[in-house]
Design a protein around this ligand. Structure first.
Ligand code: R2B
Ligand code: URA
Length: 306
């Protein structure tokens, strides 16, 4: 019931479905510290083809350097990669050739603000054929820690595949549909080229909380038993849920609504059927967190015929 026809614009430009923006002389992209009409966003960003986002500023800074190295992008002598959005003190954003690397913080509200402004940025900059990727961490359900998961479908904590928003005091539902071909392409690259771990394809449960929202026993509160928790995780696992995190539902719903192609690649930090605490040593965790980035680079290089 959710499928839309002609969901992508014919010339590949990012469409803006807000008529008010067209009438504004300036558009302050407040949380990323940019402004149309003041800065020449087309000159600065029109060559962007990939927008890669992840939770933390540090991880996305590392990714920016990784992209620079892998795409062999040489910066003019004396210049260095810098955080374009530093003055916002909210998100960190880097641009390296055709790639934007940007942090989105934790949870749907933070990701949603960032995506509104990034989509407007792509529109002001007249970017064409842009692919959005979320490179994140998650809890795996019944799969080994350190695995990659490509999201087939995002669902909320009640297994509903749409994002429900309150707009002008009324509930609005936006389908959380991800691009099937893009997900299949990423899964294929994972299977054939990510030799250090397995790549899974499954439903991702997106929750509004890390503790009770994900059925953990180790939060400040817990009014259920270990048996209740395990029964819930096993039930969602039997319905195809491979992992849990906190942004995929909004990422999928916003990309679909904006008619941009998006995919979610996460690494599992633990197997939730075995526990709740994230206690893996830092060095191992660092290595695991590079896995979604590594897969993304392989995909980007393939798309750029490198
Ligand atoms: C994964 O990790 C964060 C919680 O620790 C959250 O942003 C998510 O989706
Ligand atoms: N992120 C989550 O949201 N949940 C986990 O269990 C691990 C990372």
């Amino acid at each position: 019931m959710w499928e839309k026809e002609n969901i992508y614009s014919e010339d590949g430009c990012v469409l803006l479905q807000n008529p008010h923006i067209r009438e504004m002389e300036q558009d302050f992209l407040y949380h990323i510290s940019l402004c149309s009409g003041v800065q020449n966003l087309e000159e600065m960003f029109s060559d962007v083809k990939f927008v890669c986002m992840g939770g933390t500023p540090r991880r996305m800074e590392k990714f920016a350097h990784y992209v620079q190295q892998e795409l062999d992008i040489k910066l003019p002598t004396g210049s260095a990669l810098c955080d374009i959005s530093a003055r916002s003190y909210r998100y960190s954003m880097y641009k390296i050739g055709p790639v934007i690397s940007v942090s989105h913080g934790m949870g749907i509200p933070s990701l949603s603000i960032l995506l509104h402004e990034i989509i407007k940025l792509m529109y002001h900059a007249r970017c064409k054929d842009v692919t959005f990727l979320r490179l994140g961490t998650c809890g795996g359900i019944g799969i080994p820690a350190g695995s990659l998961v490509i999201t087939e479908e995002a669902v909320d904590g009640r297994m509903r595949n749409y994002l429900e928003l309150e707009i002008l005091g009324k509930p609005v539902q936006r389908p959380a549909i991800l691009d099937k071909d893009l997900a299949a392409e990423l899964k294929m690259i994972g299977d054939s080229e990510m030799t250090e771990c397995q790549t899974f394809f499954g439903k991702t449960m997106c929750t509004n909380d890390f503790y009770e929202g994900q059925g953990r026993l180790d939060g400040a509160f817990c009014d259920y038993t270990m048996t209740d928790k395990v029964a819930f995780l096993k039930e969602i696992h039997s319905k195809g849920v491979t992992n849990m995190e906190m942004e995929s539902l909004a990422f999928a719903a916003i990309c679909h609504h904006a008619r941009v192609k998006g995919a979610v690649i996460c690494v599992t930090l633990l197997n939730r059927l075995l526990g709740d605490q994230i206690s893996t040593p830092k060095e191992i965790m660092e290595e695991w967190q590079e896995r979604p980035q590594k897969l993304a680079i392989k995909f980007i290089k393939k798309r750029l015929n490198m």
